[in-house]
Design a protein around this ligand. Structure first.
Ligand code: FAD
Length: 194
């Protein structure tokens, strides 16, 4: 099951963005308690998004499929660390069942048959001495993974606007929605429009 955990976020992120952004306008005299929200909104609306790069967040994401993580790692401005299928044994791998298959009993049966077959084949290969790095070739795209992602706010906005969109695939869309909820709590002025 999808789990999105915030490991780190720039403390006082909106204030940091304001402190950096006011350098451009030399308007430090306008800084006061609460002034960051309006300032960040102005930056966002004007498209001055490079200033948002001064704040970062790190998420631990688990319970997603390798099909989903493969889409996620296409975002080149993030840093990633992912559970390795070379170093971690996958004999008991968990897997994600897409909702369209979950709700169709015949489809679910066919799907689960293959998952069992994959597990069995993986185990047999390991038993005869094949290393995990090669046995993993029989693992399905549905295999659950865990990944840590770090990105700045500008890139997080980009990922969320692409992946929360209706044209995005359901699993990465769910992930983008969970990330957005957390980010909106911590830095509403940066993410409230998404
Ligand atoms: C609905 C949907 C369908 C997709 N279908 C496919 C598909 O069928 N096949 C496929 O291969 N991929 C597909 N993708 C993935 C897509 O092509 C991108 O690889 C992915 O969304 C990462 O986006 P990005 O490159 O904008 O973002 P990031 O890598 O996160 O980069 C952020 C931004 O930085 C800039 N940037 C980064 N690197 C460069 C660079 N080298 N040169 C210039 N500017 C750069 C760009 O402005 C970019 O938008 C799909 C994505 C979506 C959302």
């Amino acid at each position: 099951m999808l789990k999105v955990e915030l490991l780190f976020i720039t403390p006082n992120a909106e204030k940091i963005i304001e402190l950096a952004g006011r350098t451009a306008y030399q308007s430090f005299h306008k800084i006061r308690e609460g002034s960051e929200r309006e300032f960040v909104r102005m930056l966002r609306k004007s498209g001055h998004h490079s200033v948002l790069e001064h704040a970062y967040a790190t998420f631990r994401i688990s319970g997603i499929s390798r099909a989903c993580s493969h889409q996620l790692v296409r975002h080149r401005l993030c840093s990633f660390t992912q559970k390795s299928q070379r170093y971690v044994d996958e004999r008991e791998f968990s897997y994600v069942i897409p909702p369209s298959i979950e709700k169709d009993s015949r489809a679910k049966e066919i799907f689960k048959e293959l998952m069992e077959k994959s597990r069995e084949t993986y185990r047999k290969l390991k038993e005869i001495g094949i290393k995990a790095e090669d046995a993993r070739y029989v693992l399905p795209n549905a295999t659950e993974t865990e990944i840590v992602l770090t990105a700045n706010f500008r890139e997080l906005r980009h990922i969320i606007s692409l992946r929360k969109n209706n044209s995005a695939q359901w699993e990465i869309r769910n992930l983008a929605e969970e990330m957005l909820k957390i980010l909106k709590d911590h830095a509403p002025s940066v993410f409230e429009d998404l």
